[in-house]
Design a protein around this ligand. Sequence first.
Ligand code: CTP
Length: 398
Amino acid sequence: MLRGKKILLGVTGSIAAYKSALLTRLLVKEGADVKVIMTPAARDFISPLTLATLSKNPVITELFEGNQWADHVRLGRWADVMVIAPLSCNTLSKMASGACDNLLMAVYLSATCPVIVAPAMDEDMWKHPSTKENLLKIISYGNKVIPVSSGELASGLFGEGRMAEPQEILDYVEGHLSASGDLAGKKALVTAGPTHESIDPVRFVGNYSSGKMGIEIAQNLRSRGAEVHLVLGPVSQPVSLNGLNVTRVRSAEEMYMAATSIFPFVDIAIMSAAVADYTPKDKSQEKIKKKEEEWALSFIRTRDILKSLGSMKKANQLLVGFALETQNEKENALAKLSSKNADMIVLNSLNDEGAGFGHDTNKITIFDKEGHTYPFDIKSKKEVAKDIVDMIIQKTNA
Ligand code: CTP
């Protein structure tokens, strides 16, 4: 998603500098051309050789190396975006005051591109009034700040000040660069994850959906400029939801209410959630105690969200559904396409190795209402998300 984008990565002296190796790798993997600038202090935390190898470009630290002048103005003008991660307290203070005592600061002060920073420091430093003031100053200069998170810090204390994870920084950068993407100005709704149907206060009926596929689709739509509303069922794995407008729900009914209220305002809707088709008829307010040897639960049908959106759909809206099948895949997928009035159905067959719940890979076939069939190879869910969004972009432009 960053193919052809030029990124200057500034690394400063902080323990979190070790994460800049992973960030560099992620940026390069997404197709970006990455040049790394380190402050002298950063070299105490991570080797320039590591970052040079991962970025496939020499790492620059000094304004002069031998007889060579590192042309800071050219570097500042070369980049589409400058990312400083980690941003130490010291470099933050220099950015606020305009001090220029190393190459990174010289490039920052000459940069004509947007600058995104990911601070990293101990909680007491993070909460110091001078840090707060410096942050407000650099924001007022137009810099973008990726929020710190809470957790264990280098000091061994727990609190605020941890640098955002590399994946979150990548998502943020992609989101920022996509303001001019193919889907800029479009609004999208995505449902993802399982639903949990309560039996009593301590039990539910659920399914194995991890939500990964839908979240990747939401992130891909976001990275291509769409405003994305994600209605997310109860997923257990930690996931990056940066840049998405998230509504958390538990049951099929809650998902129905959220999706139907957002749908009228969007251009694109993708229903990737594994919604329960049935919910217990009676939900006990108290924990049900065991009694007889056998126990039968009665279920009633939930409302079909995709079908309801299909009946509300206007001519300028594109509706995409999923079909998870174990038999008569094509026939069932085509039946869902027409009965739910969708524009596209994405089929994943549980018969395909590496497809479906829990896997990091998926194998899909897309059927559209014009009668076309598009089979795809097995790919990572990230790549599958890109294929689905590519198809959506084709349809919205048609
Ligand atoms: N879906 C939905 N609301 C439901 C059930 C399903 O929106 N109550 C959506 C899913 O998000 C998916 C599509 O419908 O996009 C197909 O889901 P699936 O469970 O495969 O099919 P069903 O319609 O439930 O049919 P069946 O159980 O017969 O396979």
